[in-house]
Design a protein around this ligand. Structure first.
Ligand code: ATP
Ligand code: SF4
Ligand code: MG
Length: 322
């Protein structure tokens, strides 16, 4: 299967005047064409940093990126700004929770979307542009009426649909959605997710879905990556990980959600807090909160283990070495 994104030992550090924040540490995973990878982890675990770094949207002066991020054969970390411009929004696109706020309040929706389309299609005719944008609006379930409206005339859900339409304008090969539906009510969120699922089938697209909501992962992703304190704890197929989580953090995270099948479940949660990311730690980063932690966990960093069915995890409970 065609590899879309191959991350190898990927690191992102915010380098500020007085301290560094190690926000993404040594992450490796691969996604293939047609995959939809959910990335979950509590607030501050580095999910958005990872997304922004992949798109090289973080300021170069204050961030240090290392490792490899191969996007269809090209290492994103090595591309010049000129080469990136060709890929960003074109082949690799992103929608953030606040994407809708970037629409200008004083221009009609249609005009704004047209301007974005013309950046990569300067020679397109008026009719081609109109047809493309109308079909995009239809794709995200918006009527052609929206074309002539101003942002303040649209609801939050409609605006976010416009943002998704914009992110799809050049038929990207990989779409990153970072909490893209979080601010919307549950009904609108469900509708947009259904639309995303339908259109990615039509468009043959691969997706990374950053979310706090495990039910979003359960309904819209085939793979899931669990991040904690900038590190990857576990990754695998959703059907396997949700049925039988292996890593103690994944277990804790899943027990913090009501049962996905609707059964009543005691919510346990995970006691304690994320560690200070301006420090580097020996041993397992989850050890201070893990009920299975041993001296070995506090001393040695667990290796990355490859289990069956494409599952990878880092934990001393597995692997058998002592
Ligand atoms: P959330 O679920 O709340 O969106 P997240 O998983 O997306 O969280 P990030 O926003 O990537 O987490 O943040 C990861 C870590 O990096 C956090 O500790 C955050 O405080 C820190 N961080 C983010 N931006 C900067 C910055 N510009 N300078 C220094 N540290 C930063
Ligand atoms: Fe817990 Fe040890 Fe596994 Fe870390 S390595 S998750 S501390 S059991
Ligand atoms: Mg975030």
């Amino acid at each position: 299967m065609e590899s879309i994104l191959d991350l190898k030992n990927f690191n992102v550090t915010y380098v500020n005047k007085h301290k560094s924040v190690y926000a993404v540490k040594d992450i490796s995973f691969k996604i293939h064409k047609g995959d939809s990878l959910g990335i979950v982890g509590e607030s501050g675990s580095g999910k958005s940093t990872l997304a922004m770094a992949l798109l090289r949207l973080l300021p170069e002066r204050s961030t240090k990126i290392s490792g490899v991020a191969e996007f269809i054969g090209r290492d994103l970390t090595k591309l010049s700004e000129e080469e990136l411009k060709k890929i960003r929004w074109n082949e690799l696109s992103v929608v953030f929770q606040k994407s809708m706020n970037s629409l200008s309040p004083v221009h009609r929706i249609g005009t704004q979307v047209e301007d974005i389309y013309k950046v990569h299609h300067p020679k397109a005719t008026k009719k081609e542009i109109f047809d493309r944008i109308s079909s995009l609006l239809e794709l995200v379930n918006l009527s052609g009426r929206v074309y002539n409206l101003y942002p303040h005339e649209l609801s939050g859900g409609m605006l976010q649909r416009v943002s998704i339409a914009i992110s799809l304008i050049h038929n990207p090969k990989l779409l990153v959605m970072d909490e893209a539906t979080t601010a919307l009510d549950v009904v609108t969120q469900g509708q947009i997710l259904d639309e995303v699922l339908k259109m990615e089938k039509d468009l043959d697209m691969t997706r990374i879905m950053i979310t706090h909501d495990m039910s979003v992962v359960a309904t819209s992703c085939n793979k899931v990556a669990i991040m904690y304190a900038g590190e990857l704890m576990e990754i695998g197929y959703v059907k396997d990980v949700l049925k039988e989580p292996l890593h103690p953090y994944t277990k804790g995270l899943l027990s913090s959600f009501p049962s996905l099948k609707g059964d009543k479940l005691k919510l346990e949660g995970i006691g304690g807090f994320l560690p200070d990311l301006s420090k580097l730690y020996d041993g397992c980063v989850f050890a201070p909160r893990c009920k299975y932690a041993t001296d070995k966990c506090r001393r040695d960093k667990p290796a990355k283990l490859e289990m069956k069915d494409g599952r990878n995890l880092s934990c001393h409970l597995y692997g058998g070495e002592e």
